[in-house]
Write a protein that binds this ligand. Structure first.
Ligand code: 13P
Length: 284
C-alpha cells in the first residue's frame, strides 16, 4: 500500500532524521530506489515531476508505484514533485498518488496561499497530503526557470503565517540550495532554517540537495529538515553506468546496459538513506 507523507514526516521530525525523496521516471529508476529502501529498511518517498508523468504516462507511473508499495515491505509514498498545474495535481490525486506538491512559489504570497489552500482542500478530501513551497530556489526547476538573481530566501515570519493559513502538511524552504549542478560549494543559511523551524510546527523540506556536502546535509537535518529531495545526482550515477558499460561492451540489449545503471543508482540511494539517518526506520 502507498502511504501518505504526513505521518512518515512527523515521525521523522520527532526522530530528528530525514526521509529521502528520490525522483523516478521509468521502471529502472523506480526499481533502484525501492531496492535501496529495502536493503536499508527505510521508509521512502518516490516522486515524479510533471514532465516525468508526460514521459511515462500517469497510469503507468501509478501502476508501477502501487506494485512497489505492495511488494517493498517498507512504507512507500508516491509524491508529485513541483506540481504547478491544478489539473495535473487533481489527476494525480484521483489516479492514486498519496501525496502532492503545489509549487506556487513563483506567484505573490497571497496568490501562493490561495492556490495552496485550494490544493489542500482537494487533496485532504482524498486523504492525500500536501507539500507547498515558500521562497524561490535558483536553478532549473523542471518547467520553472528562475534566475539566480531572482531567487528569494524564505522569510520565517511569512512561513509561519503561510502554514497557519493554508493547513499544508510539509513546507519546502529556500535557504541556499539550488536545483541541478552547483557552480561552487553551496552555503546554506542555517540560522534562517532554525528560525523557520522554531516558528513552524510542520516538517520542512530541502530541495536541490544534489551536490550539497554531507556535513551541510547533517546540519540541515539537525536544524529541522525532515524530507530531502535528490534528483540530479541519481541521473548522473545512472548515466555514467550506462555510458561506462557501453564504452566497453557492444550490445543492443537494454537489459544488459540498464542493469548496471540500476545497481549504481541503488548504491547511491542507499548512501543517501544512511546519510539522512532513515535506515532501519521502516516500522509499519
Ligand atoms: P536536485 O536535482 O538538485 O537533486 O534537486 C532535486 C529536487 O529538489 C526535486 O524537487
Amino acid at each position: 500500500m502507498l502511504v501518505s507523507l504526513r505521518e512518515l514526516l512527523q515521525e521523522a521530525k520527532r526522530g530528528r532524521y530525514a526521509i529521502g525523496a528520490f525522483n523516478f521516471s521509468n521502471l529502472e529508476t523506480l526499481r533502484a530506489i525501492i531496492l535501496a529502501a529495502q536493503r536499508r529498511s527505510a521508509p521512502v518517498i518516490i516522486q515524479t515531476s510533471q514532465t516525468a508523468i508526460k514521459y511515462a504516462g500517469l497510469e503507468y507511473i501509478v501502476a508501477m508505484a502501487r506494485v512497489a508499495g505492495e511488494q517493498a515491505g517498507v512504507p512507500v509514498v508516491l509524491h508529485l514533485d513541483h506540481g504547478t498545474d491544478l489539473a495535473t495535481i487533481e489527476a494525480c490525486i484521483k489516479a492514486g498518488y498519496s501525496s502532492v506538491m503545489i509549487d506556487a512559489s513563483h506567484h505573490s504570497f497571497t496568490e501562493n496561499i490561495r492556490l495552496t489552500k485550494e490544493v489542500v482542500a482537494m487533496a485532504h478530501a482524498h486523504g492525500v497530503s500536501v507539500e507547498a513551497e515558500l521562497g524561490r530556489l535558483a536553478g532549473q526547476e523542471d518547467e520553472i526557470s528562475v534566475g539566480e538573481r531572482e531567487a528569494a530566501f524564505t522569510d520565517p515570519a511569512e512561513a509561519r503565517a503561510f502554514v497557519e493559513e493554508t493547513g499544508v502538511d510539509a513546507l519546502a524552504v529556500a535557504v541556499g540550495t539550488a536545483h541541478g549542478l552547483y557552480r561552487g560549494e553551496p552555503h546554506l543559511d542555517f540560522l534562517r532554517l532554525q528560525q523557520i523551524a522554531e516558528l513552524v510546527s510542520i516538517p520542512l523540506v530541502l530541495h536541490g540537495a544534489s551536490g550539497v556536502p554531507d556535513a551541510s546535509i547533517r546540519q540541515a537535518i539537525a536544524c529541522g529538515i525532515s524530507k530531502i529531495n535528490i534528483d540530479t545526482e541519481l541521473r548522473i550515477a545512472f548515466y555514467r553506468a550506462v555510458k561506462n558499460f557501453l564504452d566497453h561492451h557492444d550490445t543492443y540489449d537494454p537489459r544488459k546496459f540498464l542493469s548496471p545503471a540500476i545497481d549504481a543508482m541503488a548504491e547511491l540511494v542507499e548512501a543517501k538513506i544512511d546519510l539522512f539517518g532513515s535506515a532501519n526506520k521502516a516500522v509499519r
